[in-house]
Design a protein around this ligand. Structure first.
Ligand code: FE2
Length: 473
């Protein structure tokens, strides 16, 4: 009798135990839905065991709790740091549509919970949130940074997507990525994500960390990914976004430079926006470092040449926003007051030049203002301050017609009260069709506008000469 009971117990544990193991093996984590070109999405997630990489997708107004009528898209899994990274991309999505999807393994019948995202509504408007440098190292600090994002969603509930300007994590461990995705799931489960690679998000000094960023997110970067990051672009409304990889810029690779120039030159969008991790105008502890000097030398003349309107960056954990700049100087620009959705905004009207904004950090690691930031940074800043006593920071950006409105906010650490800390608008009444106006971007004019370029060029020349000598000897 006892033997029969033991046998029954064994069978019970085998059947239900195996089922539990199966569920655990199929459990998905780190789910994200990223932009993939201008009409697609890249889905990514991780599992402990290998298996299928499938996405079921249907329009939200056709979703009644069942995925029976959903289209199925498949991709592939890659082993990465002890787990499996699944990537599936879908293109040709309809504009102005809410989609519901789930990720998993069709053959095994294992699926995640349903999630949603919106596509661009096609009427030329856009609304999105921007956060920088979560860069946490503990579950508590990730949860604290997530409160900044939650406040952003309360402030701009119509947000269609959100940008993370890089440094998602601090030490790039599996635990940190798990904490990040768990803390921000409430946002990623309903919004399309736009990731930007930060210097803490994987580096080549540890071979285990290479291709970390491209493993975390499914992006349209097949030709562009490098060991430490990715660069890509997409359109939303009348905005063209170019996402640069500033981990590939010491000096900037010729491949990325050529891609960037072609990408922006071929866009006829009203607004040209660049998203990149390292800030070229900041007054934190990193601004005077050689990597930033080299970046400024490479990129500022290109921003001038390409008529970039707005550059959003992170990395230096303080708040700074410039006037429209060209050649490292404020341009002669008309300021005009107008209303945008019932609020008064001061607009730079048909401004020549580029505005640079650094919306501090969403996290808790905050820097003081570096009064020794290289000139002319503090003199061309419209505002520059530390957010140490102000809380986590985010920016909310909306465009409609000929207006782009940028607002920045801080979220009190204790009360989560949201305070507006900056506001400006860009107004562009005329849009150049296709290729931007050609500007004098000759080597000589670049040296006049940016004297640091001459030093960078001389340094590169010395390195090349040294290599040649070493080769000859
Ligand atoms: Fe950074």
């Amino acid at each position: 009798m006892f033997r029969r009971f033991l046998c029954l117990l064994l069978c019970f544990s085998l059947v239900f135990g195996a089922s539990a193991v199966c569920a655990a093996a199929g459990e998905v984590s780190r789910v994200s839905c990223c932009v993939f070109g201008s009409d697609g999405r890249g889905f990514s997630w991780f599992t402990a065991e290998n298996g299928g990489s499938d996405v079921q997708l249907l329009k939200s107004d056709e979703f009644d709790g069942s995925f029976a009528s959903a289209a199925v898209f498949s991709g592939k899994a890659t082993r990465y740091r002890g787990r499996f990274s699944h990537h599936v991309s879908v293109t040709g999505l309809e504009p102005g549509t809410s989609y519901t999807y789930r990720v998993g393994d069709r053959a095994a019948g294992l699926w995640s919970a349903p999630r949603t995202f919106l596509t661009d509504d096609g009427d030329g408007t856009a609304a999105f949130l921007v956060l920088a440098d979560v860069q946490a190292g503990s579950p508590e600090n990730f949860a604290h940074a997530a409160k900044t994002m939650a406040a952003g969603l309360q402030t701009l509930p119509q947000a269609e997507f959100w940008v993370n300007l890089g440094d998602y994590v601090n030490d790039n461990t599996n635990d940190e990525w798990d904490w990040y995705f768990e803390s921000f799931a409430f946002a990623n489960d309903r919004l399309t994500h736009v990731p930007v690679a930060g210097n803490h998000d994987g580096n080549i000094t540890n071979k285990l960390n290479t291709f970390c960023f491209p493993s975390m997110f499914c992006l349209d970067t097949s030709a562009n990914r490098s060991l430490e990051g990715v660069y890509y672009s997409f359109d939303w409304g009348e905005l063209h976004f170019t996402v640069l990889n500033t981990n590939d810029m010491y000096p900037m690779s010729q491949a990325q430079r050529n891609w960037f120039v072609n990408d922006v030159t071929n866009s006829g969008a009203r607004w040209k926006v660049v998203l990149m991790h390292r800030a070229l105008y900041s007054a934190g502890k990193n601004i005077n470092k050689p990597d930033t000097v080299a970046l400024r030398g490479d990129l500022l003349p290109l921003f001038d040449k390409l008529d970039v309107d707005l550059v959003l960056s992170g990395h230096d954990h303080m708040y700074l926003r410039t006037a429209p700049l060209r050649g490292d100087r404020k341009t002669d620009v008309t300021r005009t007051e107008d209303t945008f959705r019932g609020e008064t905004v001061t607009f730079f009207k048909d401004a020549p030049g580029t505005v640079f904004a650094l919306p501090s950090t969403a996290g808790t690691k905050r820097y003081t203002v570096n009064e020794n930031a290289m000139p002319p940074i503090l003199s061309v800043a419209e505002t520059a301050f530390s957010t140490r006593d102000k809380g986590g920071c985010f920016a909310a950006i909306e465009t409609e017609g000929d207006k782009l409105v940028y607002k920045a906010y801080c979220v009190d650490d204790e009360t989560q009260a949201v305070t507006e800390v900056d506001r400006f608008g860009l107004m562009k009444t005329a849009v150049s069709e296709g290729t931007p106006a050609k500007r004098d971007a000759s080597l000589f004019s670049s040296f006049i506008a940016y004297p640091a370029n001459l030093l960078v060029a001389l340094a590169k020349l010395l390195v090349s000469y040294g290599r040649l000598l070493a080769h000859m000897l």
